[in-house]
Write a new protein. Structure first.
Lengths: 168, 156
């Protein structure tokens, strides 16, 4: 799917290490935590995962699929003066616990390239016992509905907006 | 709770405020809250474009270094309400520590709590605790230490 977004926005999707990912709790409170997003340009969707030790994001999505991803921290991305980008969309989070790297090998390798110290969680039997829950994952797929961005991250100005739902 | 907000907020220059827009979707924006000690609220200026509705909201503070380490995060649940013009009030209702808050004891508590949460998730579905293929993960880590081919620089 070709979304009508400039290369600099796609670069943000590819290179930012984290985004601020929001779901809606049962009482309507938006719950926001940093997440590692993976942009899948071929489908125009984002993939991310959460541990079953932190399942509230998935529970929220199953109740209300409306989510957002804010890309506002370029630390570690290597990008100079990137735009800030907000993606609003609809997510699915199937109730299937995944522990195999099958299908995610590129993403897992990318995480270890970007976060080499993360290997400490698998370094010995004690840390493996302590952190095995982290590797029991639920897959989350986000289909963008609206993409907003601000050149130079100047969010005081109105954003450029693309209504993604009408595309493709 | 206010004391925790005050103590931890000082370490972050631009928290992420998230509220709900007119279409019912979350909308997030970096902001620069000012503490109002007398009212125990945060005063926040928001541009008009956000279109947020008064009501439930949250404030996330997080950070990491260039190698995605030294992770720190916490979130504050609350209520956002207009205060005239571009001024809004955020009334904190609950402080939720994330990773890196509370030092090593906080990290241990965090991990053990999530381990128990994972056990509950499995138990409610009648699932046995799966075994992680550590050797497979170690093999991926070894490959990750090799020079990066262009195809792995961009997950897409």
């Amino acid at each position: 799917m070709n979304l009508p977004i400039p290369e600099e926005v796609e670069a943000v999707f590819r290179e930012f290490r984290t985004c601020e990912f929001s779901t809606l709790a049962a009482d309507g409170t938006p719950i926001t935590w940093p997440m590692l997003p993976f942009w899948r340009a071929e489908t125009g969707q984002f993939m991310t995962t959460t541990s079953i030790g932190l399942p509230d994001k998935a529970f929220n999505i199953r109740r209300n699929p409306r989510v957002s991803l804010l890309f506002s921290d370029p630390t570690g991305s290597g990008l100079f003066d990137p735009p800030a980008v907000l993606v609003q969309g609809d997510a699915v989070a199937p109730d299937e616990v995944k522990t195999s790297i099958g299908g995610f090998e590129n993403e897992i390798m990318l995480v270890y390239r970007r976060q080499p110290a993360g290997a400490m969680y698998t370094s010995n039997p004690a840390t493996r016992w302590f952190s095995d829950w982290y590797f029991m994952r639920l897959e989350i797929t986000v289909t963008p509905r609206r993409i907003l961005w601000w050149e130079h991250g100047q969010i005081s100005r109105p954003p450029t907006v693309v209504e993604a739902i009408h595309v493709g | 709770m206010w004391a925790e907000v005050r103590r931890h907020l000082g370490g972050f220059s631009s928290p992420v405020l998230t509220a709900v827009d007119r279409d019912g979707y979350p909308v997030s924006i970096r902001c620069a809250p000012e503490l109002d000690e007398a009212e125990q609220v945060l005063r926040i200026s928001l541009p008009e474009w956000t279109g947020i509705r008064p009501g439930p909201a949250s404030l996330l503070c997080h950070g990491h270094n260039q190698l995605l380490w030294n992770l720190r995060s916490f979130m504050v649940r609350g209520i956002i309400e207009p205060a005239g013009g571009d001024a809004w009030l955020f009334r904190p209702t609950r402080f939720i520590p994330g990773i890196g808050v509370g030092g090593l004891p906080g990290m241990v508590r965090f991990a053990l709590a999530k381990r128990r949460a994972a056990a509950r998730y499995l138990q409610r579905r009648g699932l046995a605790r799966p075994r992680i293929d550590w050797a497979q993960l170690k093999a991926v880590q070894a490959r990750a230490r090799q020079p990066s081919p262009p195809s792995l620089r961009s997950p897409g």
